[in-house]
Write a protein that binds this ligand. Structure first.
Ligand SMILES: Nc1ncnc2c1ncn2[C@@H]1O[C@H](COP(=O)(O)OP(=O)(O)O)[C@@H](O)[C@H]1O
Ligand SMILES: [Mg+2]
Length: 305
Protein backbone atom coordinates (compact mmCIF):
# COMPACT_ATOMS: atom_id res chain seq x y z
CA UNK A 1 0.00 0.00 0.00
CA UNK A 2 1.61 3.23 -1.18
CA UNK A 3 0.11 6.53 -0.17
CA UNK A 4 1.08 9.89 -1.70
CA UNK A 5 1.30 12.66 0.88
CA UNK A 6 0.59 15.67 -1.28
CA UNK A 7 2.32 18.61 0.31
CA UNK A 8 4.52 21.55 -0.46
CA UNK A 9 6.14 21.36 2.96
CA UNK A 10 7.38 18.32 4.80
CA UNK A 11 7.46 18.53 8.57
CA UNK A 12 5.64 17.43 11.70
CA UNK A 13 2.33 16.57 10.01
CA UNK A 14 3.87 14.49 7.23
CA UNK A 15 6.11 12.68 9.74
CA UNK A 16 3.06 11.89 11.89
CA UNK A 17 1.20 10.53 8.86
CA UNK A 18 4.18 8.50 7.69
CA UNK A 19 4.53 6.89 11.13
CA UNK A 20 0.79 6.15 11.30
CA UNK A 21 0.89 4.62 7.81
CA UNK A 22 3.96 2.53 8.72
CA UNK A 23 2.12 1.20 11.77
CA UNK A 24 -0.58 -0.06 9.36
CA UNK A 25 1.97 -1.64 7.00
CA UNK A 26 1.60 1.15 4.42
CA UNK A 27 4.12 3.61 3.07
CA UNK A 28 3.67 7.38 2.82
CA UNK A 29 5.70 9.24 0.20
CA UNK A 30 5.77 13.03 0.12
CA UNK A 31 5.03 14.55 -3.28
CA UNK A 32 4.66 18.20 -4.16
CA UNK A 33 1.53 18.75 -6.27
CA UNK A 34 3.51 21.38 -8.16
CA UNK A 35 5.72 18.55 -9.48
CA UNK A 36 2.83 16.29 -10.48
CA UNK A 37 2.12 16.49 -14.20
CA UNK A 38 -0.60 15.70 -16.65
CA UNK A 39 1.19 13.75 -19.39
CA UNK A 40 -0.99 11.74 -21.71
CA UNK A 41 2.03 10.01 -23.26
CA UNK A 42 3.64 8.62 -20.13
CA UNK A 43 1.21 5.91 -19.08
CA UNK A 44 -2.37 4.69 -19.69
CA UNK A 45 -3.65 6.95 -16.91
CA UNK A 46 -2.08 10.16 -18.22
CA UNK A 47 -0.50 11.31 -14.96
CA UNK A 48 3.11 11.57 -13.81
CA UNK A 49 3.38 11.42 -10.02
CA UNK A 50 7.06 11.75 -8.98
CA UNK A 51 8.23 8.79 -6.92
CA UNK A 52 5.57 6.44 -8.30
CA UNK A 53 7.15 5.75 -11.70
CA UNK A 54 4.43 4.81 -14.19
CA UNK A 55 2.19 3.61 -11.37
CA UNK A 56 -0.45 5.43 -9.40
CA UNK A 57 -0.53 5.63 -5.62
CA UNK A 58 -3.18 3.52 -3.88
CA UNK A 59 -4.37 6.59 -2.01
CA UNK A 60 -3.44 10.24 -1.58
CA UNK A 61 -3.68 12.46 1.46
CA UNK A 62 -3.85 16.14 0.54
CA UNK A 63 -1.79 18.08 3.05
CA UNK A 64 -1.45 21.34 1.18
CA UNK A 65 -2.09 23.06 -2.10
CA UNK A 66 0.37 25.92 -2.47
CA UNK A 67 -0.86 29.23 -3.83
CA UNK A 68 -0.05 29.98 -7.46
CA UNK A 69 -1.53 31.50 -10.56
CA UNK A 70 -5.14 30.64 -11.38
CA UNK A 71 -3.75 28.34 -14.07
CA UNK A 72 -1.31 26.57 -11.72
CA UNK A 73 -3.93 25.99 -9.04
CA UNK A 74 -6.36 24.75 -11.70
CA UNK A 75 -3.76 22.19 -12.82
CA UNK A 76 -3.05 21.07 -9.25
CA UNK A 77 -6.76 20.55 -8.66
CA UNK A 78 -7.05 18.82 -12.04
CA UNK A 79 -4.46 16.26 -10.90
CA UNK A 80 -6.53 15.60 -7.75
CA UNK A 81 -9.73 15.28 -9.78
CA UNK A 82 -7.98 12.91 -12.19
CA UNK A 83 -6.67 10.74 -9.36
CA UNK A 84 -10.21 10.37 -8.03
CA UNK A 85 -11.61 9.61 -11.48
CA UNK A 86 -8.93 6.92 -11.82
CA UNK A 87 -10.14 5.26 -8.64
CA UNK A 88 -7.48 6.54 -6.24
CA UNK A 89 -8.83 7.37 -2.78
CA UNK A 90 -8.08 11.09 -2.38
CA UNK A 91 -8.44 12.31 1.21
CA UNK A 92 -10.02 14.97 1.19
CA UNK A 93 -11.36 14.79 -2.34
CA UNK A 94 -10.71 17.82 -4.57
CA UNK A 95 -14.42 18.65 -4.62
CA UNK A 96 -14.51 18.78 -0.83
CA UNK A 97 -11.37 20.94 -0.79
CA UNK A 98 -12.94 23.30 -3.33
CA UNK A 99 -16.10 23.56 -1.24
CA UNK A 100 -14.20 24.37 1.96
CA UNK A 101 -11.37 26.53 0.64
CA UNK A 102 -13.94 28.98 -0.75
CA UNK A 103 -15.45 30.55 2.36
CA UNK A 104 -18.51 31.87 0.47
CA UNK A 105 -19.39 28.39 -0.80
CA UNK A 106 -18.89 27.06 2.72
CA UNK A 107 -21.30 29.68 4.12
CA UNK A 108 -23.84 28.91 1.41
CA UNK A 109 -23.66 25.13 1.90
CA UNK A 110 -23.98 25.47 5.68
CA UNK A 111 -26.96 27.77 5.25
CA UNK A 112 -28.56 25.41 2.72
CA UNK A 113 -28.14 22.51 5.15
CA UNK A 114 -29.61 24.50 8.05
CA UNK A 115 -26.36 24.35 10.02
CA UNK A 116 -26.15 27.34 12.41
CA UNK A 117 -23.72 29.83 10.84
CA UNK A 118 -23.62 33.64 10.87
CA UNK A 119 -25.24 35.46 7.92
CA UNK A 120 -22.76 35.89 5.07
CA UNK A 121 -22.47 37.74 1.78
CA UNK A 122 -20.20 37.59 -1.29
CA UNK A 123 -20.52 40.78 -3.32
CA UNK A 124 -18.44 42.09 -6.21
CA UNK A 125 -19.88 45.60 -6.40
CA UNK A 126 -18.06 47.85 -3.90
CA UNK A 127 -21.07 50.23 -3.81
CA UNK A 128 -23.47 47.40 -2.98
CA UNK A 129 -21.10 46.01 -0.36
CA UNK A 130 -20.71 49.46 1.20
CA UNK A 131 -24.52 49.82 1.38
CA UNK A 132 -24.73 46.46 3.16
CA UNK A 133 -22.07 47.52 5.68
CA UNK A 134 -23.97 50.77 6.37
CA UNK A 135 -27.26 48.89 6.82
CA UNK A 136 -25.70 46.28 9.14
CA UNK A 137 -23.92 49.01 11.08
CA UNK A 138 -27.21 50.89 11.58
CA UNK A 139 -28.70 47.64 12.92
CA UNK A 140 -25.86 47.45 15.46
CA UNK A 141 -23.76 44.79 13.73
CA UNK A 142 -20.11 44.49 12.84
CA UNK A 143 -19.08 42.33 9.88
CA UNK A 144 -15.88 40.41 9.29
CA UNK A 145 -14.33 41.01 5.87
CA UNK A 146 -12.30 37.90 5.01
CA UNK A 147 -10.04 36.92 2.13
CA UNK A 148 -12.14 34.34 0.23
CA UNK A 149 -9.33 31.75 0.39
CA UNK A 150 -7.85 32.98 3.69
CA UNK A 151 -6.37 30.85 6.46
CA UNK A 152 -4.63 31.09 9.83
CA UNK A 153 -6.53 34.24 10.75
CA UNK A 154 -4.60 36.35 8.24
CA UNK A 155 -6.04 39.46 6.62
CA UNK A 156 -9.35 39.63 8.55
CA UNK A 157 -10.88 43.09 9.05
CA UNK A 158 -13.86 44.18 11.07
CA UNK A 159 -16.15 46.73 9.45
CA UNK A 160 -19.56 48.17 10.30
CA UNK A 161 -20.26 49.02 13.94
CA UNK A 162 -16.98 48.15 15.68
CA UNK A 163 -16.71 49.14 19.38
CA UNK A 164 -19.36 51.81 18.88
CA UNK A 165 -17.66 53.41 15.85
CA UNK A 166 -18.70 53.04 12.22
CA UNK A 167 -15.89 51.48 10.16
CA UNK A 168 -16.51 51.65 6.40
CA UNK A 169 -15.52 48.93 3.96
CA UNK A 170 -11.89 49.42 2.81
CA UNK A 171 -10.79 49.26 -0.83
CA UNK A 172 -11.06 45.65 -1.94
CA UNK A 173 -7.82 45.28 -3.93
CA UNK A 174 -6.24 43.15 -1.14
CA UNK A 175 -9.33 40.93 -1.22
CA UNK A 176 -9.28 40.01 -4.90
CA UNK A 177 -11.93 42.70 -5.55
CA UNK A 178 -14.50 40.59 -3.71
CA UNK A 179 -16.28 41.41 -0.46
CA UNK A 180 -16.85 38.18 1.44
CA UNK A 181 -18.50 39.35 4.64
CA UNK A 182 -19.72 37.40 7.63
CA UNK A 183 -21.68 38.95 10.49
CA UNK A 184 -19.44 39.32 13.55
CA UNK A 185 -20.42 37.21 16.57
CA UNK A 186 -19.48 39.17 19.72
CA UNK A 187 -17.72 37.28 22.53
CA UNK A 188 -20.07 36.15 25.30
CA UNK A 189 -17.32 36.44 27.89
CA UNK A 190 -13.83 37.82 28.28
CA UNK A 191 -11.35 36.63 27.13
CA UNK A 192 -13.20 35.40 24.06
CA UNK A 193 -12.66 31.97 22.58
CA UNK A 194 -13.82 29.68 19.84
CA UNK A 195 -13.72 25.95 19.26
CA UNK A 196 -11.97 23.72 16.78
CA UNK A 197 -13.63 20.34 16.37
CA UNK A 198 -12.03 17.58 14.31
CA UNK A 199 -14.54 15.43 12.43
CA UNK A 200 -13.16 12.22 10.90
CA UNK A 201 -15.27 9.87 8.80
CA UNK A 202 -18.46 11.63 9.90
CA UNK A 203 -17.72 11.51 13.63
CA UNK A 204 -16.49 14.36 15.85
CA UNK A 205 -13.40 12.89 17.52
CA UNK A 206 -11.75 15.63 19.52
CA UNK A 207 -12.09 19.33 20.25
CA UNK A 208 -10.27 22.24 21.79
CA UNK A 209 -11.04 25.70 22.95
CA UNK A 210 -8.82 28.40 21.45
CA UNK A 211 -8.46 31.37 23.74
CA UNK A 212 -6.89 34.50 22.30
CA UNK A 213 -6.13 38.03 23.41
CA UNK A 214 -7.97 39.75 20.55
CA UNK A 215 -10.99 38.56 18.62
CA UNK A 216 -9.04 36.29 16.20
CA UNK A 217 -8.46 32.95 17.88
CA UNK A 218 -6.23 31.02 15.48
CA UNK A 219 -3.32 29.01 16.89
CA UNK A 220 -1.08 30.83 14.39
CA UNK A 221 -2.21 34.15 15.91
CA UNK A 222 -1.04 32.99 19.34
CA UNK A 223 -4.27 31.52 20.74
CA UNK A 224 -3.88 29.18 23.70
CA UNK A 225 -5.25 25.64 23.23
CA UNK A 226 -7.28 24.10 26.04
CA UNK A 227 -8.97 20.69 26.00
CA UNK A 228 -12.70 20.85 25.34
CA UNK A 229 -14.91 17.86 26.17
CA UNK A 230 -17.07 17.02 23.16
CA UNK A 231 -20.57 17.70 24.39
CA UNK A 232 -23.52 16.62 22.26
CA UNK A 233 -24.49 20.00 20.69
CA UNK A 234 -20.90 20.84 19.72
CA UNK A 235 -20.26 17.37 18.25
CA UNK A 236 -23.55 17.31 16.40
CA UNK A 237 -23.20 20.76 14.79
CA UNK A 238 -19.60 20.01 13.75
CA UNK A 239 -20.66 16.67 12.24
CA UNK A 240 -23.52 18.34 10.35
CA UNK A 241 -21.09 20.96 9.02
CA UNK A 242 -18.66 18.29 7.76
CA UNK A 243 -21.56 16.39 6.19
CA UNK A 244 -22.90 19.55 4.48
CA UNK A 245 -19.54 19.91 2.72
CA UNK A 246 -19.16 16.14 2.24
CA UNK A 247 -15.72 16.07 3.85
CA UNK A 248 -13.83 12.88 4.72
CA UNK A 249 -12.29 14.79 7.59
CA UNK A 250 -12.67 18.40 8.59
CA UNK A 251 -11.44 20.95 11.09
CA UNK A 252 -14.60 22.85 12.01
CA UNK A 253 -14.35 26.30 13.62
CA UNK A 254 -17.28 27.21 15.86
CA UNK A 255 -18.02 30.15 18.10
CA UNK A 256 -20.37 30.37 21.09
CA UNK A 257 -23.47 32.51 20.48
CA UNK A 258 -26.58 33.16 22.60
CA UNK A 259 -28.60 30.34 21.00
CA UNK A 260 -25.79 27.78 20.70
CA UNK A 261 -22.61 27.30 18.68
CA UNK A 262 -22.34 28.82 15.20
CA UNK A 263 -20.01 27.43 12.52
CA UNK A 264 -17.53 30.07 11.29
CA UNK A 265 -15.72 27.97 8.71
CA UNK A 266 -14.72 24.44 7.76
CA UNK A 267 -11.13 23.46 6.95
CA UNK A 268 -10.49 20.73 4.41
CA UNK A 269 -6.73 20.75 4.80
CA UNK A 270 -6.71 21.15 8.56
CA UNK A 271 -3.54 21.24 10.66
CA UNK A 272 -3.73 19.39 13.99
CA UNK A 273 -0.52 20.12 15.86
CA UNK A 274 -2.26 22.40 18.39
CA UNK A 275 -5.18 20.01 18.76
CA UNK A 276 -2.82 17.07 19.28
CA UNK A 277 -1.44 18.71 22.44
CA UNK A 278 -4.85 18.37 24.12
CA UNK A 279 -5.91 15.06 22.52
CA UNK A 280 -5.09 11.77 24.28
CA UNK A 281 -4.85 9.62 21.10
CA UNK A 282 -2.68 10.15 18.00
CA UNK A 283 -4.78 12.12 15.50
CA UNK A 284 -2.70 10.90 12.53
CA UNK A 285 -3.64 7.32 13.47
CA UNK A 286 -7.35 8.21 13.44
CA UNK A 287 -6.99 9.83 9.99
CA UNK A 288 -5.02 6.91 8.54
CA UNK A 289 -7.45 4.34 10.03
CA UNK A 290 -10.39 6.21 8.48
CA UNK A 291 -8.63 6.42 5.12
CA UNK A 292 -7.68 2.75 5.02
CA UNK A 293 -10.76 1.22 6.67
CA UNK A 294 -13.58 3.39 5.29
CA UNK A 295 -12.49 5.59 2.39
CA UNK A 296 -10.30 3.09 0.56
CA UNK A 297 -13.06 0.50 0.69
CA UNK A 298 -15.39 2.90 -1.14
CA UNK A 299 -12.99 4.17 -3.85
CA UNK A 300 -13.90 2.97 -7.34
CA UNK A 301 -11.44 0.52 -8.92
CA UNK A 302 -9.20 2.07 -11.57
CA UNK A 303 -10.28 1.68 -15.18
CA UNK A 304 -7.31 0.31 -17.10
CA UNK A 305 -7.23 0.60 -20.85
N1 LIG B 1 -18.04 36.11 12.20
C1 LIG B 1 -17.12 36.06 13.17
N2 LIG B 1 -17.43 36.45 14.44
C2 LIG B 1 -16.51 36.41 15.44
N3 LIG B 1 -15.24 36.01 15.27
C3 LIG B 1 -14.86 35.61 14.03
C4 LIG B 1 -15.78 35.62 12.93
N4 LIG B 1 -15.13 35.19 11.84
C5 LIG B 1 -13.87 34.90 12.23
N5 LIG B 1 -13.69 35.15 13.55
C6 LIG B 1 -12.46 34.92 14.31
O1 LIG B 1 -11.38 34.89 13.41
C7 LIG B 1 -10.83 33.55 13.34
C8 LIG B 1 -10.41 33.22 11.92
O2 LIG B 1 -11.56 33.20 11.08
P1 LIG B 1 -11.86 31.99 10.10
O3 LIG B 1 -13.14 32.28 9.42
O4 LIG B 1 -11.75 30.71 10.84
O5 LIG B 1 -10.69 32.14 9.01
P2 LIG B 1 -9.25 31.45 8.87
O6 LIG B 1 -9.39 30.60 7.65
O7 LIG B 1 -8.28 32.56 8.67
O8 LIG B 1 -9.01 30.62 10.10
C9 LIG B 1 -11.90 32.65 13.91
O9 LIG B 1 -11.35 31.46 14.45
C10 LIG B 1 -12.52 33.55 14.98
O10 LIG B 1 -11.71 33.59 16.14
MG1 LIG C 1 -10.29 29.15 10.92
Amino acid sequence: MRVALLTDETGWHTRQLQAALRARGAEGRCVDLEDCRIDTTVAWHGLAIPGFGRELPDAAIVRGIAGGSFEQVTKRLAVLHALRELGVAVYNDARAIERSVDKATTSWLLHAANVPTPPAWAIESPAQAQRLVTRESAAGHALVLKPLFGSQGKGLRRVGLVDGEHVPLPALQDFGALAYLQRFVPALQSPGFDWRVLVVGGRALTAMKRIGRGWIHNVKQGARCVAQPLDAPLASIAERAAAALRMDYAGVDLIPAPHGPQVLEVNGVAAWQGLQRVTPFPIARALVDDLLDRKLASAAPARRA
